[in-house]
Every structure is written in structure tokens, then in C-alpha cells.
Design a binder for this molecule. Structure first.
Ligand code: 1CP
Length: 345
């Protein structure tokens, strides 16, 4: 019976496995020709996310192509700010653009309430994908972290250093905390609906943790990650769902990350100083091959993936992944080669 339990769930349970489960952040996306075929039918990327049948097709593409150990919901983290009325658009090859970004305290006070039902298209995609997957492939649902959602919502687009956002939180501290609390509640309700619809695991993306200094990370991000994870661990629907926390180079200690009560930490490429000895037995680890290695020769891919596999060989609960998402310039053959290399190790 135990042999049938999916590898990903065993690893998240901190079991030491002879072969780690493998999946990739951004495993569905522009690097795949079959994705580009579907993508060209939609001008605005979010319109594509609002079609649950298309999301199902896209989430299954990498499973069919590479026989991975987990599927991830096809959607985006910016569905929540869109549902708050900030009107998010993605034109092809451009990042997100907010038509109503948060510009003032009044904008925060006047935000319309979050109705979880307004994202029914996401939950429908979750149940479609879940119903199409074989039983041994778990489905990962996800949300952005409250901080990362707030950063996009204030900046109104992507940015190198999010200066506008950093100035805003300095100038409007109290209102920023109100915004973060609103996003935390929304993330909780959103994740809860994804779990009700069939998500087996949840990943939280704090992709812009890196732009905060130590004290701001603690008060504007970590605090809300802790409340979100604590709410999920105390809710009847979500309490047994493993949580993976991805953060881009946060300025905090390994213990502070473990103390969020997350089940797993997904290491960003540059997080080489993460203390594995402190984490061992407390959280599972996911990651963190540099996605750029996929541009190199097969020899280099093999050498670099073996380095990571050796590093985590005896770690209790290890999931093979990249340190960030697959980029559009990657050849899918290399992704297949990497997957085979990990399985043969
Ligand atoms: O297989 C999958 O992973 C697909 C599902 C998925 C996920 C989990 C997508 C589809 N986006 C995300 C999460 C996401 N979205 C994150 C967190 C992960 C990370 O750090 O990359 C972030 C920051 C976003 C925001 C976003 N959406 C960006 C980044 C903008 C920036 O600041 O640089 C972009 C370009 C998008 C669009 C998007 N989302 C997903 C895809 C396949 C695309 C490309 C859109 C296209 O085809 O035009």
C-alpha cells in the first residue's frame, strides 16, 4: 500500500528516499511549443487563466512530456489582486500591468472586499486538473505571499528594485499593514477553496522577499507568512495539507523560516547559505539547481545535478527542483535529460 503513496508526499513527510520526487517551477510555459500553440489564441494571459479547460490542458502538458512526480495548477499569483479590482493585464512578452494600482491610503481603505467566489475559475481549473491526473501524481495549488502580492499591487508592474513600493511602505506604514492583512485573509480563503477542489499540496511564492531589509522582511513579510501558515494549519479543511514555502533570498535566519511551521522550504538558486543541519528533521527541502544550467551541455547538466543530489542524498525529505522557474529560452530536450538524469542517479 505504502508503495502507492506519491513520492512527493513521502518527501514532504520528511522521509528519506532513494530517488527524490522531481517537478519544476514554471514546468508549464513558453519554453514548450505545445504551450505556445495554445497561448497564441489569447491576447491577455489572464483571459487564458480564466478558461478552466485550457488551464487543465496546460497543466498536463509537462506531465505528458516528462513524466514528472507532481503537477502544478496552471494559473498565476496575480489572480488575487485582480479579484480586489486592481485590473491586472498581461500582454504577450510583457510583465503584468495594473490599471488600478494602490497609490494612496484611500485606495487601501476603498479596496473592494475579496469574495473567494470571484476566483471560481481557478477552483474549477483545480478540479479539472485533479480529475485528469492519475492517482499517483499529486496536484500542487499555490498563492503568492501577502508581501509579494502587495509589492506588485503598489508598484503596478514588475520592477528591478520596487523603489515605489519601498517608499510607499516607509511613508504609509499603518496602511501598508492593513493591505497586507487584507491579502493574508484573501490568500487563506483562496488556498482553502483550492484544497476543497482537490489540491494536495500548497506552495506559497514570496518571490520579492529579497527587496526587504532584515527588519522590514520581518514586519512586512515574515509576520504575514506566519499568520497565513498558522491559519492553514488550524483550519479543518487545510490542516493536513503540506505547505512548501518559496522565498527569493530573504534576509532572515534558517530558524526563522522553520518557525513559520511550513513543511518544506523551496530554496532560491542563490540561497547557498541556508543551514541544512539546522533544517534537517524539521522541514523538507526543495531545489535548487540554477535554471541557467539548462542552457549548458548535457555533461554540465549531469555534473551540476549530481552535485545537488549528492548534497541532499541523506537529507530526510528532499524534492528535486530548480532554484527558480524554467525560462522561455530553455530547450525541452534538456528538461527531459535532466529528469532522466535525476531518476538514474
Ligand atoms: O507550471 C507553472 O508553474 C505554471 C503556473 C504559474 C505559476 C506557479 C504561472 C504561469 N505563474 C506562476 C507563479 C508566479 N507568477 C510567480 C511566482 C513564481 C516566480 O517567482 O516566478 C510570479 C512572481 C508571477 C508573476 C508573473 N506572471 C510574472 C513575473 C513578472 C515579473 O515580475 O518578472 C510573469 C511574466 C507572469 C506571467 C506568467 N505566469 C505563468 C506563465 C506561464 C506566464 C507567462 C505568460 C505568457 O505566456 O505570456
Amino acid at each position: 500500500m505504502d508503495n502507492c503513496r506519491p513520492l512527493l508526499l513521502k518527501a514532504l513527510n520528511k522521509e528519506n528516499l532513494s530517488t527524490p520526487p522531481i517537478w519544476f517551477m514554471r514546468q508549464a510555459g513558453r519554453y514548450m511549443p505545445e504551450y505556445r500553440q495554445v497561448r497564441k489564441k489569447f491576447k491577455n494571459f489572464l483571459d487564458m487563466c480564466k478558461n478552466p479547460d485550457v488551464c487543465c490542458e496546460l497543466a498536463l502538458q509537462p506531465i505528458k512530456a516528462f513524466n514528472l512526480d507532481a503537477a502544478i495548477l496552471f494559473s498565476d499569483i496575480l489572480t488575487i489582486p485582480d479579484a480586489f479590482g486592481l485590473k491586472v493585464k498581461f500582454e504577450e512578452n510583457k510583465g503584468p500591468i495594473f490599471h488600478n494600482p494602490v497609490k494612496s491610503i484611500e485606495d487601501i481603505e476603498n479596496l473592494k472586499p475579496f469574495y473567494p467566489k470571484s476566483l471560481a475559475y481557478v477552483y474549477e481549473a483545480v478540479s479539472n486538473i485533479k480529475n485528469s491526473l492519475p492517482n499517483n501524481i499529486p496536484l500542487i495549488g499555490f498563492t503568492g505571499s501577502p508581501w509579494t502580492l502587495a509589492a506588485y499591487s503598489i508598484e503596478g508592474s514588475t520592477s528591478k528594485n520596487f523603489n515605489k513600493t519601498i517608499n510607499f511602505i516607509k511613508k504609509h506604514k499603518e496602511a501598508s499593514h492593513i493591505l497586507l492583512a487584507k491579502f493574508t485573509d484573501a490568500c487563506f480563503l483562496y488556498v482553502r477553496e483550492q484544497v476543497k477542489s482537490g489540491a494536495d499540496v500548497i506552495q506559497i511564492f514570496d518571490s520579492w522577499a529579497n527587496i526587504l531589509d532584515e527588519s522590514n522582511f520581518s514586519s512586512f513579510s515574515l509576520q504575514y507568512l506566519r499568520s497565513l501558515i498558522s491559519a492553514l494549519k488550524n483550519d479543518i479543511v487545510t490542516k493536513n495539507i503540506p505547505i512548501i514555502l518559496f522565498l527569493r533570498s530573504p534576509k532572515c535566519s534558517t530558524s526563522e523560516l522553520i518557525n513559520t511551521s511550513t513543511d518544506c522550504i523551496s530554496l532560491y538558486t542563490a540561497m547557498q547559505n541556508f543551514d541544512i543541519d539546522v533544517a534537517s528533521g524539521k522541514v523538507a527541502i526543495q531545489g535548487n539547481l540554477d535554471p541557467k544550467i539548462l542552457l549548458e551541455s548535457k555533461d554540465v547538466i549531469k555534473k551540476e545535478s549530481h552535485k545537488i543530489l549528492n548534497k541532499f542524498k541523506d537529507y530526510p525529505g528532499y524534492i528535486f527542483n530548480l532554484g527558480h522557474g524554467i525560462t522561455p529560452n530553455i530547450n525541452p530536450d534538456k528538461v527531459k535529460f535532466l529528469t532522466d538524469t535525476v531518476r538514474e542517479f
